[in-house]
Design a binder for this molecule. Sequence first.
Ligand SMILES: Nc1ncnc2c1ncn2[C@@H]1O[C@H](COP(=O)(O)OP(=O)(O)OP(=O)(O)O)[C@@H](O)[C@H]1O
Ligand SMILES: [Mg+2]
Length: 493
Amino acid sequence: MYAAELVGVTKRFGPVLANDGIDLAVARGEVHAVVGENGAGKSTLMSILYGLHRPDAGEVRRDGNRIVLRSPTDAIRHGLGMVHQRFRLFPGLTVAENIVIGAEPVRNGRLDRAAANEAVAALSERYGLRADPSALVGGLPVGVRQRVEILRALYRDAEVLILDEPTAVLTPGETDRLFEVLRTVAATGVSILLVTHKLSEVLAVGDRVTVLRQGRVTGRFTASETDADELVNAMIGRSLTPPVPRRARPPVGDPLLEVRDLTVRDADGVARLSEVSFAVRPGEIVGLAGVAGSGQRELVDSVTGLRGAVPGVFLAGTPVLAGRDPRVAYVPEDRHGRATAPEMSVAENVLMGAQRDLASRWTLPRARVRARARDLVDRFSISAASVDTPIGALSGGNAQKAVLARELTRPSTVVVAEEPTQGVDVGVRERVHALLRTARDEGAAILLQSSELSELRDLADRILVLYEGRVIAEFPGDATETELGRAMTGATG
Ligand SMILES: Nc1ncnc2c1ncn2[C@@H]1O[C@H](COP(=O)(O)OP(=O)(O)OP(=O)(O)O)[C@@H](O)[C@H]1O
Ligand SMILES: [Mg+2]
């Protein structure tokens, strides 16, 4: 008997067939990975299992019995739990308060804080999920906040735990710790559904793997008996092309981006960046590595002009302009907040900032806008029902391709890319990398911030390591992950 089953699940969103007769069964205590291209229907399927969407056809079973889920409340009652990618935690409350909220132990009509702390401590102990019950959630690193979300589901007695791309926001170290936790939790009999784009993770932590493509199951594998190539084939119907060998040709010409002695302080006067200096020449990709919070945010914001006209940043020899310097193409990490206006159409989003070239006598001809947008949608293979669809309705990978379509077709010479392949599938990742290499070969100066060392090694000509706001090391692009990882923890020499 399976802990949870989805049987013949079909779900449409207007013309889009997001799930098309999907069968998926999860055994007790197994880690079941779900992989597939962007838009394959993974999140939709998980949302159905958590009562967020109703299927048009098919059913959900728990321990062999059909259940009807009208809401997440129903799902929780049936022992289903979900860890959301955008955490739903209250930063001003403690860890214990966040975990028990909505199901608080009560004494004399008030929250029994001691009982809550005790229950949380017991849970942490049982599953090896370390978190201080009395710490305020607002001050905790992402990896710990995620642990709080997991504890919240376990506190509600989840027997099936759904995690949709939990590692997208984690550093490599945090990912390792999460996997240890998942193994511990699964060993107690809890079933885990893990959606991820990182195939190495699937092979490392999964017991079984289900592959989705265009709303259907295209493969079922036992993790120990498959490999990345077989999974990729089931996902995208082909193998990946091997990476192009690194160019030997050194970049020439004056730097397009130069950072000189840049120091940035936060509101409390604490230095977040200290005397950072480097230059990026035309035709060069400079990678930026570092554990989260080492100054990447401040550096990117300084270079794009988002921190104002900070002294020390020069674009083609002249100081950066405040606001958002139009000479910089910027692919932000936060696709939905900074990069797109979710309620606006795909056309409006891909052409934002290009209105000037398209306008004729102060009006923006609608036909011309749509034709140009359609052209970009084709060139960057963005899958959307139409260019009038709100961009917020696109899958993560397609939204990212739209951002790249807009930014890489600007007449800019400096490109700042922040986690450009976070949450995108292997096919899109290959395409994004090809687009960045093309931009470089056409003479752009690219600053690439990524928490994935393999991405930096694939793309960068040089890699700078940030540690506590300083550039503490510089490596050639083919440095090993061990070398980089050591430098990222502050070890020099
Ligand atoms: N609420 C919605 N309204 C309209 N269309 C939707 C909605 N949710 C999903 N879709 C569409 O359904 C399809 C499947 O989307 P889903 O989010 O399940 O894919 P996914 O596999 O999770 O992709 P990703 O890897 O990018 O997260 C996509 O074409 C998507 O645009
Ligand atoms: Mg998804």
